[in-house]
Design a protein around this ligand. Structure first.
Ligand SMILES: [Zn+2]
Length: 346
């Protein structure tokens, strides 16, 4: 199967910082291109996938013209470890001082982790800034607008009073958010992730549920979980660190890995491995610090099968140090022998 579209898409996806500078007060998954194509069935795959590959090696490099190249190398190394590991955790969204990120700085590593997710084909599970909404409205589950009163959306948090849960009443908004069919719980993951266990058709929700639940921090809090938020959920705060992937992040990558037939265990399946190749400018994903926009991953892609797209080029840009007070973590993950020994119990 190798049907490349002659109509490539190109979009940019941003991770915006929270509006509250010094306070930790806030503000299942979606694929890139689903919104711009207005097609809930869209699944977007990483660079190199045509439907037949077993292993996708996606290269990441630092643009020679980037600022902070040595600091960026650690951030890329650590973020790659998390995406390649695909090990979901709750309690992954940590604030200062526990995060190790100063409360007046933005953690570049967490932002890079989010942008790499876009470069792999993931979108925001929440409506986010691209909805044109402000404040709490951005936290509702990602949909197409159905003609409602809130900038085209219907935003009713329903009986539990919590935004982005199973009680939300979203009117005619068209759901883009994939959920786990058995429980609609984005803080859990099925052992097999494919179209038999995940859906974005609201008819597949558990009995009594009105809408897909989002892996947002307030939803986690309402369930008594440690502070947890999907890496792909838009919005990060000063002093915050996303130190692991959430269940929803991993589920969306695994759903893509089920391939064009959306069935795990068949020959369209693939695995994806990010590989850091150092300082050059012709990788699948090119990273650069510099410029005026907070952070984005600009992706282009082509269609490989009905409802399936693959990324063809990706560029991550983080704003210049002169504009954003970035924090760069100096510790490379996996460098601590003590932690390895400890974790292995010997
Ligand atoms: Zn984003």
């Amino acid at each position: 199967m190798n049907r490349k579209s002659h109509f490539p898409l190109s979009i940019s996806a941003l991770l915006l910082p929270g509006l509250v500078l010094f306070s930790p007060v806030a503000h299942s998954g979606v694929f890139a291109f689903a919104e711009v194509l207005q097609n809930p069935e869209t699944i977007t795959h990483p660079s190199g996938y045509t439907g037949a590959e077993d292993l996708l090696e996606v290269t990441v490099c630092i643009d020679p013209a980037s600022e902070s190249k040595s600091e960026l190398e650690v951030a890329i190394h650590n973020s790659i470890q998390l995406w390649n590991g695909l090990e979901p955790e709750t309690g992954n969204a940590v604030f200062a001082p526990d995060s190790g990120v100063p409360s007046n700085k933005v953690d570049a590593e967490s932002v890079l982790l989010h942008e790499l997710g876009h470069c792999l084909g993931l979108g925001h599970p929440n409506l986010a800034s691209e909805s044109g909404l402000h404040g709490d409205g951005r936290r509702f589950a990602k949909t197409l607008a159905g003609g409602g009163p809130d900038n085209g959306y219907t935003l009713d948090r329903g009986a539990d009073g919590v935004i982005a849960t199973q009680t939300d009443a979203r009117g005619n908004d068209v759901n883009l958010h994939w959920f786990r069919k058995s429980n609609n719980d984005p803080f859990s993951i099925a052992s097999t992730v494919d179209a038999t266990t995940y859906s974005n058709d609201l008819a597949d929700l558990p009995a009594g549920h009105q809408f897909a639940t989002v892996a947002g921090a307030q939803v986690a809090q309402s369930r008594g979980l440690e502070r947890t938020e999907a890496v792909m959920h838009q919005g990060i705060h000063y002093g915050e660190k996303r130190c692991a992937l959430g269940h929803d992040d991993v589920a969306m990558i695994r759903l893509g890995m089920a391939g064009t037939d959306r069935t795990a265990g068949t020959d369209t399946d693939y695995e994806v491995k990010l590989v850091f190749v150092g300082e050059q400018s012709d990788c699948d994903i090119n990273v650069k610090v510099g410029g005026n926009t907070f952070a984005y991953c600009s992706i282009s892609g082509g269609q490989i099968a009905p409802n399936h797209w693959a990324i063809s080029a990706a560029q991550i840009r983080l704003a210049s140090n002169s504009l954003i007070n970035w924090h760069f973590n100096e510790e490379r993950a996996g460098d601590s022998m003590f932690r390895d020994t400890f974790a292995n119990g010997n």
